[in-house]
Design a binder for this molecule. Structure first.
Ligand code: FAD
Length: 301
């Protein structure tokens, strides 16, 4: 339960970007409230082995440590979704799902992204047991194995090419390639087994993934399936504030200080675009947290 209805810095999102922003802002001795649900962070189900200075750590454990650090430095937490946020003179007014009304001088949007899903049987069941949404994160777990990448755009094709350095066999399942001629040539000259014009019907296995069933009934024996269909951000809150998005309207646009075009509104993490990686999220969170604390102090809290 928040102690107040009035804060210097409110952070939307309690993933690594929001937590790091909270840690850095709170250490500047401004009042900080962090909103959002830990279990909805992309990191919650991850197993991280590419974050500097840490080996093989469960995302859930990292989030728990981050929350405790943020609390130790004075951050207040409210595990609720924000439904509405709007400017009101020198402050921003926030309404949460249980009806809390909160005011803040500065806002940090760190609401992450949701990976686009295939929507087939087995996808949810085998998440973390053969199904992955991130070649960058999980390639190393599939050394010497047979894997498939699903998707038709450049992320899927470059993901498949990357996986050639790790896996024994790499299949690419795609409807119709949507990549530059140069990337298409690179793909076709490579050892990737291309299943163009195909769709995945089902992901099957026992304890872990064992095979893909394609729409035409064909079976592809694999132990890993990388679903590379892009991601979408939670943009409603940002657009309501007049925050500028990138050319493709997919991510929040910021400068190097993580400031958006709206004074007092910062953004950090996956919502600012790829690479969707924890290292980037915490770096941006740090910059946004420091910037928001300075902005709140200057604006005469
Ligand atoms: C399965 C998996 C494995 C991964 N493995 C790795 C890895 O090995 N290495 C690596 O570096 N990265 C990995 N990643 C990526 C990494 O998890 C993300 O890059 C990182 O979590 C992004 O942090 P974030 O804070 O921007 O967003 P998130 O961690 O996604 O957090 C977003 C937060 O915003 C909150 N939120 C959303 N909407 C609202 C709202 N309306 N109101 C309030 N709060 C809201 C959510 O509840 C959540 O708390 C993995 C991702 C997945 C899915």
């Amino acid at each position: 339960m928040p102690q107040s209805t009035n804060y210097d810095v409110v952070i939307l999102g309690s993933g690594p970007a929001g937590l790091q922003a909270a840690i850095h802002a709170a250490r500047r001795k401004v009042s900080v409230l962090l909103l959002g649900k830990e279990t909805k962070s992309s990191l919650f189900h991850a197993h991280v082995e590419n974050f500097c200075c840490l080996f093989n750590v469960k995302g859930e454990d990292m989030l728990n440590v981050g929350r405790q650090q943020a609390i130790n430095f004075g951050t207040e937490m409210l595990e609720e979704d924000v439904l509405h946020v709007a400017p009101d003179g020198p402050v921003f007014k926030i309404s949460t799902e249980s009806g809390h009304e909160i005011e803040t001088r500065t806002l940090i949007i760190a609401t992450g992204t949701t990976r686009n899903k295939l929507g087939v049987s087995g996808e949810k069941e085998f998440l973390g047991r053969g199904v992955s949404y991130c070649v960058e994160c999980d390639a190393n777990f599939y050394k010497g194995e047979d894997i498939a990448v699903v998707g038709s755009a450049s992320a899927a094709v470059s993901g498949a090419l990357t996986m050639l350095d790790y896996a024994a066999t790499v299949h690419l399942i795609c409807t119709e390639l949507e990549v530059s001629q140069a990337l298409e040539k690179q793909l076709k000259d490579s050892d990737v087994v291309i299943h163009e014009g195909e769709k995945v019907h089902e992901i099957k296995g026992g304890e872990n993934v064992k095979e893909l069933i394609l729409a035409d009934g064909k079976t592809v024996p694999v132990t890993g399936v990388f679903i590379e269909l892009g991601a979408k951000g939670v943009m409603e809150l940002a657009t309501h504030l007049g925050v500028q998005l990138d050319d493709q309207m997919k991510y929040i646009q910021t400068n190097k200080q993580m400031e958006t075009n709206v004074p007092g509104v910062f953004a950090a993490g996956d919502i600012c675009g790829p690479p969707w990686q924890m290292a980037k999220a915490v770096g941006e969170g740090c910059v946004a947290g420091l910037g928001a604390a300075s902005f709140a102090k200057k604006s005469g809290r």
